[in-house]
Design a protein around this ligand. Structure first.
Ligand code: FES
Length: 113
């Protein structure tokens, strides 16, 4: 049985564009983008719906969690290269499935282009 099938969830600490930290929960298996949007944080428009083609779900992941993230695809890397806000820890949140290892992850929503 998978973690998702067990209905487990994790906690995210999200610094939004207004400078407020929101502590939210989401189901393991959903993408971090889906969790953020489901929590009502609309700083992430997610124009492409999570298919790695818009970069509007750009976040900066706290360095303590970067090594726990899944590897970045070439498409994701290329999209982030087009962002003037790319920094250490930059990822597209639609490309990161929530997993138990990421519980408590801290991330900052990057400004939109
Ligand atoms: S939602 Fe479009 S790239 Fe993530």
């Amino acid at each position: 049985m998978t973690e998702a099938a067990l209905g487990a969830s994790i906690q995210l600490h999200v610094l939004d564009l207004a400078g407020d930290t929101r502590v939210i929960e989401g189901a393991i298996g959903n993408s971090l983008m889906e969790i953020i949007r489901s929590a009502g944080i609309d700083d992430i428009p997610a124009f492409c719906g999570g298919c790695c083609s818009c970069a509007s779900c750009h976040v900066h992941v706290d360095p303590a969690f970067v090594s726990m993230l899944p590897p970045m695809s070439q498409d994701e890397d290329d999209l982030l290269d087009g962002s003037e806000h790319r920094a250490a820890g930059s990822r597209l949140s639609c490309q990161i499935p929530a997993s138990a290892a990421l519980s408590g992850i801290r991330l900052t929503i990057a400004p939109q282009e």
